[in-house]
Design a protein around this ligand. Structure first.
Ligand code: FSX
Length: 313
């Protein structure tokens, strides 16, 4: 475990984050996880605890949208929080070292913490022709994943690419791109979305920090707290009467504005995600609220099975 005592609060303060800002964030994480308000101080405690599992973040075939979604939220300090909270020891896009120094950091973390570190993965793995279509430092993504992932305490697949193959695996898939689970045959916790909501990743990590275990998942490996309901069943564009028990908090006049986008091809009735309740950018909005149909980006094979995106299901 890493020990950076006292550094989380201090570093956040240096970034201009007040205690009030931090507690607001903890309230959102707590609500996303479906925890009672009484858990908010415990979430805050977990996020500032000195006992933190090391994390390595591997990036394979992807667009870096998942990392961008994490860093470009209206919580510009979320990187500080995560770097300190989970001891992010290796992330190619965020870490200062590069080349051999970064490889050394990765292998030291994995060797010294075998069976104890969390491995976050974004991007799918090209498997055709022995994985030659994706390489870092002379090693294939396939070889790196086979070497690192089985040594982890848990593997969290962030984004639809690592969870189910995503865009790199769409037909005709010339590189033979596969999810981590399919490429190397291990069980993963999947946080899909293209990109996923960073709050769902934070909630999954907080679940581990708070309860010492990963959250309960569905048959596709998705945490139920985030992916347990259909987008359609939580959507504020549904009528007041249809919504009823599903989302009582959305029964305000404001929330009733706008028509259902089903005729425009919305895939909300086939997509499991919490976008309508958590929204993006500090709860500002989400695609359907902005007038665009859901494209089902958190579902397996969404590009092939749920397109054309503007054709009703
Ligand atoms: Fe995929 Fe993420 Fe979409 Fe992009 O890392 S889920 S293409 S937002 O970047 O993996």
């Amino acid at each position: 475990m890493s020990d950076r005592k006292g550094s989380v609060e201090q570093r956040l303060e240096q970034r201009g984050v007040t205690r009030r800002d931090f507690m607001k964030f903890c309230t959102i994480v707590s609500a996303t996880m479906g925890l009672a308000p009484s858990f908010v101080p415990k979430v805050a405690e977990a996020l500032t605890s000195t006992q933190r599992p090391p994390v390595v973040w591997l990036s394979f075939a992807e667009c870096t949208g998942c990392t961008e979604a994490l860093l470009r939220t209206t919580y510009p300090w979320i990187d500080t929080l995560l770097l300190d909270t989970v001891s992010l020891d290796y992330h190619e896009a965020l870490m200062a070292p590069s080349g051999e120094a970064s490889e050394k950091s990765l292998h030291e973390t994995v060797t010294q913490n075998s069976g104890k570190f969390i491995c976050i993965v974004d991007g799918s793995i090209p498997t055709a022709d022995n994985g030659v279509y994706g390489m870092i430092g002379g090693k294939t993504f396939l070889g790196i994943a086979k070497d690192i992932c089985p040594k982890a305490l848990a593997v969290l697949c962030v984004g639809t690419c690592s969870a189910y193959g995503g865009v790199p695996a769409m037909a005709p898939n010339p590189t033979g791109a596969k999810s981590i689970q399919d490429a190397i045959g291990i069980k993963t916790v999947n946080i899909p979305g293209c990109p996923p909501n960073p709050i769902n990743m934070v909630g999954t990590i907080v679940n581990y920090l708070l309860f010492g275990k990963l959250p309960e998942v569905d048959q596709l490996g998705r945490p139920l707290f985030a992916y347990g309901k259909l987008v359609h069943d939580q959507c504020q564009r549904r009528s007041h009467f249809e919504m009823g028990e599903f989302a009582p908090s959305f029964q305000s006049e404001e929330a009733q504005k706008g028509y259902c986008l089903y005729e425009l091809g919305c895939k909300g009735p086939e997509t499991y995600n919490n976008c309508p309740t958590v929204k993006f950018n500090d709860g500002t909005s989400w695609p359907v609220q902005g007038g665009h149909p859901c494209i089902g980006c958190s579902e397996p094979d969404f590009w092939d099975k749920l397109s054309p995106f503007y054709k009703p299901i």
